[in-house]
Design a protein around this ligand. Sequence first.
Ligand SMILES: *Cc1c(COP(=O)(O)O)cnc(C)c1O
Length: 360
Amino acid sequence: MPKIRSCMDEIKEYVPGKEIEEIAMKYGLVPGDILKLGSNENQLGPSPRAVEAIKQHAGEVNIYPSSEAIELRHAIAEYVGSYPENIAIGNGSDGVLNTITRMFLEPRVETIISIPTFSYYEIVTKICDATPVFIQRTEEYEDDLDGILEKITDKTRAVFLCSPNNPSGNTTSREAVTEIAELTDALVIVDEAYAEFAGSSLVDLVEEYDNVIITRTFSKAFGLGGLRLGYGVMPEWIAKEYMKAREPFPVNRIAQIAGIAALQDREFLGMSIGNAKAGRGYLSNNIPFKVYPSEANFIMIDVSPYTATEVCERLLQMGIIIRDCTPMRGAGENLIRITVGTQEQNARVVKAFQVFAEES
Ligand SMILES: *Cc1c(COP(=O)(O)O)cnc(C)c1O
């Protein structure tokens, strides 16, 4: 047998949210009746303009995509208020994270990860043979800035911050990011997958600091998770190096065309954001547990004295898929995460939660 790298023993496979077909089969439910609120997908669907562009250009997939993707990078730069030279694209923002970490991480260096958070940061760290250093977030799930600063050493090569954070939904302050970026030469990677829903971004810090990278995606606010299109806003020198490390064609032709169309679809974007804001308020006010304040398209809930696993199981029986945070490092046993849906979907979620209010 060929010898596999020893770091593979340390890595746990990424666990995605449950899928509709799987749950329909297991619980004997009709797929059309199941709500999929475990993966923070856009419940309004994809951007209609993107869909139109996909249909129109489907016949061109025999041609390789543009490698430089200059048109898309222009459109992204305009959208975020940066320059094409600062934009690198990838197969989802996950693809961008993968390439960036392969450029900067190596054995014996460390990354800092503020937990509980998106588990992929740990995976990309370990696959590079680097060592993750975990900092537990505070009781209210804010980043523990002092804790992070304390753990930064000469070995630190990257600090991962997620803002708004998945699963807690709160943002990292501008001051925290600048303080970290000033203290260290390490990369400060701010994952802004949900920035549109927060209405704020730290993209402008890229101009000021040579070690700040912001990652963004079309998967959430634009509803294009299935297409796999993400980007990083980064100092020009890193974007140049990125071209050496990435795959030859990291973003497919259809995704490039759809991305440009989605950026022009401000109507859809506005609806997505409006739906998330209204829905998270409604859910927060009507779910009989502690709901953490969120600036994203999902909410985190402490379901004590129940365990997250039993609450998720009971919702599944009612045909509602949500996320059990128990497998997330540092999340404990009582946190769940629910994607904000349409009004109708949210009403069904609230109704499902009434059984817990009635029991207590
Ligand atoms: C959904 C999500 C992503 C994934 O983005 P893709 O662009 O679909 O790869 C990245 N980061 C966080 C925190 C997410 O929740």
